[in-house]
Design a protein around this ligand. Structure first.
Ligand SMILES: Nc1nc2c(c(=O)[nH]1)N[C@@H](CN(C=O)c1ccc(C(=O)N[C@@H](CCC(=O)O)C(=O)O)cc1)CN2
Length: 295
């Protein structure tokens, strides 16, 4: 079997076109969705993600307020900026790019964001609402993964899903969404992590395997059932002297070998990454509609 490649780039493009049309309609009512963007420090990957998010905003007509702060910015300075954005009516969503430098308490900063502007879906209020199945901003990567699975026509209801990785921004929220009694869930979910005794024993039984570990080749062909759907959330930089930048991007899955066995698979780059950015745009547009009493 050679897997069908699920292109996050294409699905993201479709959703962005839908959002662009929606933003054009909003602008006729004088509404321009605004995203406040905060990047602390100069981590090259974070710079590239934030730049991509701002370009995507511009492309569909969302106004973005760019704040690039030095790595030695204090927690108090960052909290003051968040507070200013909370009060700014032009800003519907606040994005604080993670990770933050070690001297800043990430949890304290996320807690300071107005839950009504928490378009990353990381505020404990939104996390709690998501867990109990109430309407909330959904975290962008998990939401993007679910959109990809659904738009690729893969059945979630009743599926055995194995997530490898238990991070707060991917593994845990994804598991919660997938078990919800809703069209985004109804799956049977197992979460594997570093202390799981035999990860392969779980993944081999899975209809859908989701890898979110941050280590290349974590999922090999022998770990995947024939005909499974494999979603790769990892984005890893691997040294490659033949590339201009000196590295290439790979996921957590051995793409070539797993493609021979799976029914469908997501690539890296061009898979989950573009969906993460797209769902941030989606949440920002939703927030602008809510702020203006449209939904
Ligand atoms: N505040 C947040 N911080 C972080 C989040 C998040 O959702 N909110 N997620 C990750 C990183 N991330 C988003 O910020 C992210 C990761 C990857 C991509 C992406 O488009 N990847 C491309 C390749 C990009 C490249 O060339 O480097 C791809 O996979 O095709 C976008 C966003 C941590 N922090």
């Amino acid at each position: 079997m050679t897997a069908k490649v699920i292109s996050g780039k294409e699905i993201a493009h479709q959703i962005r076109e839908e959002l662009k049309a929606e933003v054009a309609q909003l602008s006729k009512k004088g509404i321009v969705p605004g995203l406040g963007v905060v990047l602390v420090g100069e981590d090259p990957a974070s710079i590239s993600y934030v730049t991509a998010k701002e370009r995507a905003c511009e492309d569909i007509g969302i106004f973005s307020d760019d704040n690039r702060l030095p790595a030695d910015t204090s927690e108090e300075e960052l909290l003051a900026l968040v507070d200013k954005m909370n009060k700014d009516t032009k800003i519907n969503g606040i994005l604080v790019q993670l990770p933050l430098p070690d001297h800043i308490d990430e949890a304290r900063v996320l807690l300071a964001i107005d839950p009504a502007k928490d378009v990353d879906g990381f505020h404990p209020m939104n996390v709690g609402k998501m867990v109990v199945g109430e309407k909330a901003f959904l975290p962008c990567t998990p939401h993007g993964v679910i959109q990809m699975i659904k738009r690729a026509g893969v059945e979630l209801s009743g599926a055995e899903v194995v997530i490898v990785g238990r991070s707060n921004i991917v593994g845990k929220p994804l598991a919660n969404l997938l078990i919800q009694k809703s069209d985004k869930g109804n799956a049977t979910v197992t979460v594997c992590h570093t202390r799981t005794k035999d990860i392969a024993a779980h993944t081999r039984n899975a209809d859908i395997v989701i890898a979110a570990v941050g280590r290349p080749n974590t999922i090999t062909a022998d770990m995947v059932k024939e005909g499974a759907c494999v979603i790769d959330v990892g984005v890893n930089r691997v040294a490659d002297a033949t590339k201009k930048k000196g590295f290439r991007l790979v996921g957590d899955v051995d793409f070539e070998a797993v493609s021979e066995k799976a029914a469908c698979i997501t690539p890296v780059p061009g898979g989950v990454g573009p969906m993460t950015i797209t769902m941030l745009l989606y949440n920002t547009v939703e927030s602008a509609k809510m702020a203006n009493g449209i939904i």
